[in-house]
Design a protein around this ligand. Structure first.
Ligand code: F6P
Length: 362
C-alpha cells in the first residue's frame, strides 16, 4: 500500500483544505493509498510532526479557510531557524533531518502545496532522493507555469468588495481613499481588484509611477466634479524615490522582507501634493482569511485530484497547472523558473487605461 504525504507550505490561502480533501479522497478511494499529513509545512517535516489522515479528517472542510494541517513560511530545511537557550537564532541546514523523517514515515511521495518558495524546496528535496508532486497556491497569482493559482480569486473578491464599500464613503466625504492590498512583488491583486472595483488609480510594482502622475489624476477628477478618488496600491509598489516600503525583516523567513506601509505613504503624499483629505485602508490578511469563493474551490479540487493521480501513479516531479480551461501536469522546475509578473502590455492594463484608470505615469 502506498503512503502519500501532503503538506501545505508558505502563507495560507483560501482553498488549501479543498486540495487536502481532494488528494485524500482520490488516493484513498481510487488507489487504496494511505495519506500522511505533515503539520506546519516543511517545519513539520524537519521536526517529524505528521499524522495519518482519514475520511473523517477531510469531511466537511471544503468551505473552510486556512489549512487543517497548519503552515509556515519559516520551515525551509536549507534555511532552518534554531532558537538557542539565549533566544538567539541560528540558521542551519536541516535537510538531512527532513529526509530522515520522509524515510522514517515510509513515504512513497510527498505532495507539496504552495507557492514559489515551496516549489523551490520541493525541487531541492527531489535532488536528495524524495519523490515530489506539486500543487500551486498563492493569493498573489505570481507562479509561472500556471495561468491561475487558487486563492487569488477569493483575494480579488474581498478587495473588490472593499473598494465598493470605500466608494460610498469616499463620495459622501469628498475624500481620496487609498486601499493597500497584498501581492508581494506582483500587482495582480491590485490590478484585478482595481479594475473590478473601478479604482481611479492603480499602483503596482511592475509599472513605475510618479507623484505628479498621481496628483494630476486626482486633481483632474476634482476639476471635473468628481470630488473623490479611489487609489488601489499593491504592497510591493515602488515609490518614485526608489524601493518598496518594508514593514519588517525577519531572518527566519525564506524571504526575510515583510512588505507593508506603502498605502500610508501614498496617502500622505496625496494630501501634501493636492490639499485633498485622504484616508488609507490596509486590507492585509483579510485577503487570505475565510471561505474560498466557488471558483477557487473548484480549481483547488481539480488541482488536488490531478495531484492525487500523479502521486499514486508515481509520476513524480510534476505540478498541477491550469492552462486555459485545462488542468494538466507541468514540470515543477518550470514553476520556479521565475515569477509571473504583470507586463505593461498585459491586456488588463490596456483595458484599465481604456476606461480611464491611471497607473500614475505622467
Ligand atoms: O504570498 C502571500 C502573501 O499574503 C503576500 O501577498 C504577502 O506579502 C505575504 O504573504 C505576507 O506574509 P505573512 O503572512 O508572513 O506576513
Amino acid at each position: 500500500m502506498q503512503r502519500i504525504g501532503v503538506l501545505t507550505g508558505g502563507g495560507d490561502c483560501p482553498g488549501l483544505n479543498c486540495v487536502i480533501r481532494a488528494i485524500t479522497k482520490t488516493v484513498m478511494t481510487e488507489y487504496g493509498a494511505t495519506v500522511v499529513g505533515v503539520e506546519d509545512g516543511f517545519e513539520g517535516l524537519v521536526d517529524g510532526r505528521m499524522r495519518e489522515l482519514g475520511n473523517s479528517d477531510v469531511s466537511g472542510i471544503i468551505s473552510l479557510g486556512g489549512t487543517i494541517l497548519g503552515t509556515s513560511n519559516k520551515g525551509d530545511p536549507w534555511h532552518f531557524p534554531v532558537t538557542g537557550a539565549d533566544q538567539s537564532v541560528t540558521i542551519t541546514d536541516a535537510s538531512a533531518q527532513a529526509m530522515a523523517h520522509y524515510r522514517q514515515w515510509e513515504l512513497d511521495c510527498l505532495v507539496a502545496v504552495g507557492g514559489d518558495g515551496t516549489m523551490n524546496i520541493a525541487g531541492k528535496l527531489a535532488g536528495l532522493g524524495a519523490n515530489l508532486v506539486g500543487v500551486p497556491k498563492t493569493i498573489d497569482n505570481d507562479l509561472a507555469a500556471t495561468d491561475l493559482t487558487f486563492g487569488h480569486e477569493t483575494a480579488v473578491a474581498v478587495a473588490t468588495e472593499a473598494i465598493d464599500r470605500l466608494h460610498t464613503t469616499a463620495s459622501s466625504h469628498h475624500r481620496v481613499m487609498v486601499i493597500e492590498v497584498m501581492g508581494r512583488y506582483a500587482g495582480w491583486i491590485a490590478l484585478r481588484a482595481g479594475l473590478g472595483g473601478g479604482a481611479d488609480i492603480i499602483l503596482i510594482p511592475e509599472i513605475p509611477f510618479t507623484w505628479e502622475g498621481v496628483f494630476r489624476k486626482v486633481l483632474s477628477r476634482s476639476r471635473h466634479g468628481k470630488r473623490f478618488s479611489i487609489v488601489c496600491v499593491a504592497e510591493g509598489a515602488k515609490l518614485p524615490e526608489g524601493g518598496e516600503v518594508v514593514k519588517a525583516y525577519d531572518s527566519k523567513r525564506t524571504d526575510a522582507k515583510q512588505l507593508g506601509g506603502v498605502g500610508a505613504f501614498v496617502a500622505q503624499r496625496i494630501t501634501e501634493g493636492t490639499g485633498l483629505e485622504t484616508r488609507v485602508t490596509v486590507l492585509g490578511h483579510l485577503l487570505r482569511g475565510g471561505s474560498p469563493v466557488p471558483s477557487d474551490r473548484v480549481l483547488a479540487t481539480r488541482f488536488g485530484v490531478l495531484a492525487g493521480h500523479l502521486a499514486a501513479q508515481r509520476r513524480y516531479g510534476l505540478m498541477a497547472a491550469l492552462h486555459g480551461s485545462r488542468v494538466e501536469p507541468v514540470p515543477i522546475k518550470d514553476a520556479i523558473a521565475g515569477l509571473k509578473l504583470v507586463t505593461r502590455d498585459d491586456e488588463l492594463v490596456q483595458v484599465a487605461k481604456s476606461v480611464g484608470t491611471s497607473f500614475g505615469e505622467v
